[in-house]
Ligand binder design. Structure first.
Ligand SMILES: [Zn+2]
Ligand SMILES: [Zn+2]
Length: 470
């Protein structure tokens, strides 16, 4: 029995683990690589094995760095079942075609650039996968419930447990029977921060022979939720009531948008924000994700369900409008005061948010509230770094609006929340692998597990293969 770490090894993206035992091969996650210059090459090289020999795929959640290479796997010949939770399946039905659409646009852009530069020997670049291929991949999805046993293969039992990270996210428990013995593997997937709005807390797991644990924030502690609420109240109050402008919030379509809507509603209910608030969600993807979230009401935490009841029945509830068409989106640009506009992309480098920034960044009356991680090199990061002006649609746009950065919203457990989740294991797993973290973070977190818990821990490198049982 062996496990090969094909991604998310001393890095955050590209989650994919290949499990092989006598007569079976399966992968857990099929994620795209993002970020550095090697990411594109790694995505193009994927998969480094023959997908036709694969028996099954398990997906922990819908984020593209865990699911985004599934269409490529299918395009290369995989025809087996793909198990995930029902909510993950619903999200993927929107997210994979969207990802394919981006791939097609990027290829088009690269090819037209080449044309412009008249590179005589340049090859036409094919998209990583197409929208048609994404739809082919969706046909293989099998949505299952949390806490139910499924058998993707005669020798394997699997159970998905709520990971509390985004809607539908799961920890995978996997029991493998071989030579009369049973080995239990636990894949943490991405673990959520406990006591955060919308989703439940991560399910405690008590036993594992082999454990893979994420370490995205294994080296830091998140700001408290109270502080975040105070910051949001201040930013909105000052902008709408004193400066009389708009509040623009760039937000990831899946997860962060719904979390922010919850926060805004809750702050109105507790009378910390005015009751006649106008909130616009201007992103078709965010609207789809919000609808899917409401469809899976049974997966939401109690507080959220109660708040939704209040929202539907109270005359004080904020005015919430989800814009779909381009005309409706453009109409928002004519509002000069009193609007809270949530739009994607979360890092401001694509999508409708760019239009709202162009209209509001030069206005002292308006404010931008940054509510998520902004990677180096993105427009969002420039705003966090207080640049005096930015380039948008080939124009120089001065930054006169106030920029607020909220620190407390994170879909990932911080260092102490990870340690608390690990403390539920009654005995140390025989083998523990720290994955899904930048190299320094993963190594630091592994040292912490060795010193604090006394566990034997390995931080695998990409491509590393580990024999689990002799
Ligand atoms: Zn994730
Ligand atoms: Zn992840």
């Amino acid at each position: 029995m062996r496990l090969t770490f094909l991604g998310a090894a001393r890095e955050v993206t590209g989650s994919c683990y290949l499990l092989e035992a006598a007569g079976l091969r399966g992968i857990i996650d099929c994620g795209m690589f993002h970020g550095d210059r090697n990411a594109e090459a790694a995505n193009r090289m994927y998969p480094g094995f023959d997908p036709q020999t694969l028996d099954f795929v398990l997906l922990t959640h819908a984020h593209i760095d865990h699911s985004g290479l599934l269409p490529r796997l299918v395009a290369k010949g995989f025809r087996g079942p793909v198990y995930c939770t029902r909510a993950t399946r619903d999200l993927l039905e929107v997210m994979l075609p969207d990802s394919a659409h981006i791939q097609e646009k990027e290829a088009e852009w690269a090819n037209c650039d080449q044309h412009k530069m008249r590179k005589a020997h340049a090859h036409e670049r094919a998209p990583l996968y197409t929208v048609t291929q994404a739809h082919e991949a969706l046909k293989l999805l099998r949505g299952v419930s949390y806490d139910r046993m499924v058998r993707p293969h005669p020798g394997v039992r699997v159970c998905f447990r709520d990971a509390g990270h985004i809607l539908g996210s799961a920890i995978v428990e996997l029991w493998l029977t071989q030579d009369g013995g049973e080995t239990k593997l636990v894949f943490s997937g991405d673990l959520g921060m406990p006591a955060r709005p919308v989703v439940n807390d991560p399910t405690p797991i008590e036993t594992a022979d082999v454990l893979l644990v994420e370490s995205t924030y294994g080296n830091r502690l998140h700001k408290g939720m109270e502080e975040t609420r105070d910051e949001l109240v201040h930013a909105i109050g000052d902008t709408l009531l004193r400066k009389k402008g708009n509040v623009i919030i760039p937000a990831f379509a899946v997860g962060r948008t719904q979390e922010l809507l919850f926060l805004l509603m809750d702050l109105v209910r507790s009378r910390r924000l005015p009751r006649n608030l106008s909130v616009f969600v201007d992103s078709p993807m965010a609207n789809a994700a919000t609808e899917i979230t409401l469809k899976h009401r049974g997966l939401l935490d109690e507080e959220t369900v109660e708040l939704l009841r209040w929202f539907r029945s109270s005359p004080d509830a904020p005015y919430l409008r989800m814009t779909e068409s381009v005309e409706d989106s453009m109409a928002l640009n004519r509002i000069s005061a009193g609007a809270i506009i949530l739009s994607a992309s979360g890092m401001c480098d694509a999508g409708r948010i760019k239009h709202h920034l162009r209209h509001n960044l030069p206005r002292r009356e308006s404010s931008i509230v940054i509510a998520g991680f902004q990677a180096a090199g993105t427009l969002g990061r420039q705003l966090v770094d207080s640049v005096p002006s930015v380039r948008l649609f080939r124009e120089t746009v001065p930054v006169r609006a106030d920029i607020y950065t909220l620190g407390g919203l994170s879909a990932h457990a911080d260092r102490d929340a990870l340690l608390r989740w690990l403390a539920h294991f009654r005995v140390p797993p025989r083998r523990t692998f720290v994955v899904h973290g930048e190299e320094e973070t993963a190594l630091g977190f592994a040292r912490l597990l060795q010193t604090r818990l006394g566990w034997q821990v390995v931080v695998p490198e990409r491509g590393q293969c580990e024999h689990l049982r002799e």
